[in-house]
Design a protein around this ligand. Structure first.
Ligand SMILES: Cc1cc2nc3c(=O)[nH]c(=O)nc-3n(C[C@H](O)[C@H](O)[C@H](O)COP(=O)(O)O)c2cc1C
Length: 317
């Protein structure tokens, strides 16, 4: 059991959040991560409210530990999901893709902690001022939708500016990266890609294999020129999309090209015409393991590095 501002805020043993992954992070994965002493987030993007209610309740049957739900502010049913989270008194929400501030008060009244995902210092200051309990800073190394800064530059820029717990994300897949984030002043980390390879992760097996086969140069960002960055594996879809993007296609055309591609890879296993969203730390993603082994191995690596920290720095010599 560790003590950081994040473990204290959420009442968890280890400062690791399994981040929401649309169409992927559901009750089986989330509850397994929670039982291992970290915490997980149920994804809601593209899903109907009844399904999400069912997932929250199933998760509760499988663990009595705290878990979170993702509030995607671009989703048409975002208000229903926010209400559901309040009714179900979920421990915390991560909030992305829009202005999280109006949601803080109703969520806080229901006892739900609010953890927005922020892309820069300006928004970090704003969400702190408006009462966020913690924040995720997500670097462009991450799988899925990305901002414009790297995780390292976000940690450099944001952490000294705020007092609430900061959770680092993007390209963090092993204990070395967790140790580095904690040394940078983060209170914990959010990991997505590594949990795609959890035995309990329900993503299509072809996606798991494509990730196992991939190496460091195999991801690409689509949508960069339209400020709608999404990182995933290079394939037939990304090639076609990037050709159109850099030929000057409109936002509407690009949005219609990408619609449904995450789902068709994650759920249907179409790894060529769908988009396998995954982060950059691909060489570390080399093994299918139980969620518990992922958490405990990561924690152990980080613990041993942090213990050896003084000798790494040559202190006392
Ligand atoms: C397949 C996939 C889907 C994702 N979907 C969501 C999502 O629905 N909502 C969200 O807030 N973040 C989403 N993310 C981001 C993760 O929660 C997490 O912040 C990110 O994966 C961390 O970087 P990493 O992939 O390098 O570990 C997604 C990431 C992946 C890989």
């Amino acid at each position: 059991m560790w003590r950081t501002k994040l473990t204290e805020l959420l009442g968890i043993d280890y400062p690791i959040i399994q981040g929401a992954m649309a169409y992927i992070s559901e009750s089986i994965l989330v509850s397994a991560v929670c039982r291992a002493g970290a915490t997980g987030v149920i994804a809601t993007g593209g899903l109907d409210t009844d399904y999400v209610r069912d997932q929250i309740r199933k998760c509760r049957e499988m663990t009595d530990r705290p878990f979170g739900v993702n509030l995607m502010l671009q989703s048409p049913n975002k208000d229903d999901i926010a209400q559901l989270v309040c009714d179900e008194k979920v421990s915390f929400v991560t909030i992305g893709a829009g202005n999280p501030v109006p949601f803080f008060e109703p969520l806080h009244q229901a006892g739900v902690r609010c953890i927005p995902v922020v892309p820069n210092v300006k928004l970090a200051r704003r969400v702190q001022e408006k009462g966020a309990d913690a924040m995720v800073i997500e670097g462009m190394e991450a799988g899925g939708h990305d901002g414009m800064q790297t995780a390292l530059s976000l940690m450099e820029n944001v952490i000294p500016e705020v007092q609430i717990p900061v959770i680092a994300a993007g390209g963090i897949s092993d204990g070395r990266a967790v140790a580095a984030a904690l040394i940078m002043g983060a209170a914990g980390v959010q990991m997505g890609s590594r949990f795609l390879l959890a035995e309990e992760c329900q993503v299509h097996s072809k996606v798991k294999q494509a990730i196992l086969d991939a190496t460091d140069t195999d991801t690409v960002i689509t949508g960069f020129t339209h400020n709608s960055n999404v990182r995933g594996l290079k394939n037939a879809f990304s090639k076609k999309y990037l050709e159109r993007e850099y030929a000057g296609a409109s936002s509407e055309e690009l949005a219609s090209m990408s619609a449904g591609t995450n789902r068709s890879a994650a759920v249907n296993g179409d790894i060529e015409n769908g988009f396998v969203q995954v982060g950059m730390s691909l060489n570390r993603l080399s093994q299918i393991q139980s969620a518990s082994d992922i958490v405990l191995q990561t924690v152990e690596e980080a613990r041993s590095l942090l213990k050896n920290g003084p000798s790494l720095a040559g202190a006392g010599q």
